[in-house]
Design a protein around this ligand. Structure first.
Ligand code: ADP
Ligand code: ADP
Ligand code: ZN
Length: 213
């Protein structure tokens, strides 16, 4: 099963994608996590991406698409995957669609996690991320077992640079201009499903499971 997660920054795409991945035994692929791992390791790609990410802008399509196509070509993606944070523009979605068409394949479901802008800024200030394994927490809603420490790998949790209020507002603008048209793109292909992302994360996941069955 090949799944795309849609939704504003902070809507809960990553949280839900990791639950889907575990439940369905498919890899969780987050382009944001891949960029952050590259930044942490000081790679050329990381340096290039960081300049855009810090401003809350999108990394150019060319760079992002190459990275994603390489990733989904790996062996563990044969049975499917859940994409979190890709595609983020119509051209990205078109490239992915063309690549899949080569083998008569397609995206099975696009899950749109719907959360109004008002809730987003509040949510982001409480987000804490593990830069080592990509796990995400919330200081109030989804706290780690031990404050400041990742449940999964024991690393220290951080507030991402781009989760500060000013940058979040810009990311929301970018989302509405460049990414939200994907809702229509996948709706036209009859694979769009929308869930209410303001519910508790476990309830959202129950709704998603019903859709994916
Ligand atoms: P969020 O969890 O808020 O949705 P991500 O971790 O997915 O954020 O992405 C963080 C940043 O990485 C984005 O603001 C953008 O700069 C960059 N990025 C991630 N995925 C893409 C993509 N598909 N296209 C362009 N830029 C991307
Ligand atoms: P995205 O990947 O869409 O940017 P995340 O999954 O990282 O979003 O979630 C953003 C923040 O909101 C995180 O701190 C996460 O722990 C928290 N969160 C996720 N889902 C919910 C929910 N249903 N209710 C409240 N907080 C949530
Ligand atoms: Zn971790």
């Amino acid at each position: 099963m090949k799944i795309v997660m849609l939704g504003a920054p902070g809507a809960g795409k990553g949280t839900q994608a990791s639950m889907i991945a575990e439940n369905f035994g498919i890899p969780h692929i987050s382009t944001g996590d891949i960029f952050r791992a590259n930044i942490k390791n000081g790679t050329e790609l990381g340096k290039e991406a960081k300049a855009y990410m810090d401003k809350g802008e999108l990394v150019p399509d060319e760079l992002t698409v190459r990275l994603l196509l390489d990733r989904v070509a790996q062996d563990d993606c044969k049975e499917g995957y859940v994409l979190d944070g890709f595609p983020r523009t119509i051209p990205q979605a078109e490239v992915l669609e063309k690549e899949l068409e080569k083998t008569g394949d397609k995206i099975d479901k696009a899950v749109n996690v719907d959360v109004p802008d008002e809730n987003i800024v509040r949510r982001m200030s409480g987000r804490r991320a593990c830069l080592k394994c990509g796990a995400t927490y919330h200081i109030v809603h989804i706290p780690p077992k031990k404050e400041g420490i990742c449940d999964v790998c024991g690393s220290e949790l951080v507030l991402r640079d781009d989760d500060k209020e000013e940058t979040v507002k810009n990311r929301l603008d970018v989302y509405h201009k460049q990414t939200s048209p994907l809702i229509d793109f996948y709706s036209k292909r009859n694979v769009l499903e929308t869930v209410d992302g303001t519910k508790d994360s476990k309830e959202v996941f129950e709704d998603i499971k019903k859709i994916l069955k």
